[in-house]
Design a protein around this ligand. Structure first.
Ligand SMILES: [Zn+2]
Length: 157
């Protein structure tokens, strides 16, 4: 049973700024570092900024604890039970930009497949618990995501 990516490097968030770049010698390691920096990726910031600028108020990096799953969503409206995930194109295998590293593919293929399966499990668990789930890709324009969020909020009222 592999540990989830977020738990591999405790303290990575505070130390990442001074981490020498040579440490990230391979694409895989660099991607792993980026993935472990759990908060405030550029696409997440762009979406939050756009939502906030449109007058929406929400929690960021909010952990939702259900009976059998605990998940951190990027943007959460707790009262409306609406969770928004900004999925990285590589980690979540976006149909337009998914790539499979040639090196160590025997490691990456099952790992990425597990990510996608986990997403589906999380979606199911949240939905069953009465949550609305919106997933957008990191490549998506925040102005296209906003209407989806607004519509979902209206429907939960
Ligand atoms: Zn993409």
């Amino acid at each position: 049973m592999a540990a989830p990516p977020g738990s591999i490097v405790p303290g990575a968030k505070s130390g990442s700024a001074s981490t020498p770049t040579s440490w990230a010698s391979s694409v895989g390691v660099r991607r792993s570092m980026l993935a472990n920096r759990r908060v405030d990726t550029a696409p997440e910031r762009a979406l939050r900024s756009h939502l906030h600028g449109s007058g929406l108020r929400f929690r960021k990096d909010f952990r939702i604890k259900l009976e059998d799953v605990s998940v951190r969503a990027d943007v959460v409206f707790p009262a409306a039970k609406l969770a928004v995930f900004v999925d990285g194109c590589f980690w979540h295998q976006c149909p337009e930009h998914a790539t499979m590293p040639k090196r160590n593919s025997e490691f990456w293929a099952p790992k990425l497949r597990r990510n996608v399966e986990r997403d589906q499990r999380v979606n199911r668990a949240l939905t069953e618990a009465g949550w609305t789930v919106i997933r957008c890709w990191e490549h998506e324009d925040p102005t296209h995501v906003l209407p989806r969020v607004v519509t979902a909020l209206q429907e939960t009222r």
